[in-house]
Design a protein. Structure first.
Lengths: 113, 114
């Protein structure tokens, strides 16, 4: 039981490049979330998917898109990376959208030059 | 506008003593609160939570206290151990909001000295 997995662990991009961060969970959870963590700011919600087939914007969605590929997988795409998107990205999942505890992946450290 | 605030960026405690981490919130719609622990290069892991219908929840060495009138919660760790050294995040959610969205504080770095 791997829990929440994320790939890649590290990535360096140049400004304007695109990339997709992958996230998968094997806990049969319905809800999935993408956060970013910046120094001194805690974790901020980018997008979430309360259930398969739905996605909604969080606090900081600009510059990102998401896809809930199936119940297990939730990807985050940067279409044209900017230095302001340099951050650590965490994917999380929870049993349902009314179940409070979220389980986090190990994170992806992204640097945009 | 930070809805969840952890005003102490860091805390240093001697092994065996009590660690008290504090958290304040401004949104009165929040009705569920969680504490997460995070080691470097790892994702946050759930530690303990409390519903707004309670004022205390205990799990082993960890106790969370909630003061709704003051919009304040605290995490007590007794006794503190070196392995408790980590970043602790306070988070809050509202059952009135769709999606179980968590709002996090900025975190407090706890160092337990042996």
């Amino acid at each position: 039981n791997a829990g929440v997995t994320q790939t890649p662990k590290f990535q360096v991009l140049k400004t304007g490049q695109s990339m997709t961060l992958q996230c998968a969970q094997d806990m049969n959870h319905n809800s999935m979330y993408w956060y970013r963590q910046d120094p001194g700011m805690g974790l901020r919600l980018i997008y979430y998917s309360a259930s398969e087939g739905t996605t909604d914007k969080g606090e900081v969605p600009n510059g990102y898109n998401v896809s809930r590929l199936n119940k297990r997988e939730f990807s985050l795409r940067l279409e044209s990376a900017a230095p302001s998107q340099t951050s650590v990205y965490f994917c999380a999942s929870s049993r349902t959208s009314t179940y409070n505890e979220q389980f986090f992946g190990p994170g992806t450290r992204l640097t945009v030059l | 506008d930070q809805q969840v605030k952890q005003n102490s960026p860091s805390l240093s405690v001697q092994e065996g003593r009590i660690s008290i981490l504090n958290c304040d919130y401004t949104n009165s719609m929040f009705d569920y609160f969680l504490w997460y622990k995070k080691y470097p290069a790892e994702g946050p892991t759930f530690l303990i939570s409390i519903s707004s219908i309670k004022d205390k929840n205990e799990d082993g060495r960890f106790t969370v206290f909630l003061n709704k009138s003051a919009k304040h919660l605290s995490l007590h760790i007794v006794p503190s151990q070196p392995g408790d050294s980590a970043v602790y995040f306070c988070a809050a959610s509202s059952s009135m909001e769709y999606g179980n969205k968590l709002v996090f504080g900025a975190g407090t770095i706890l160092r337990v000295k042996s």
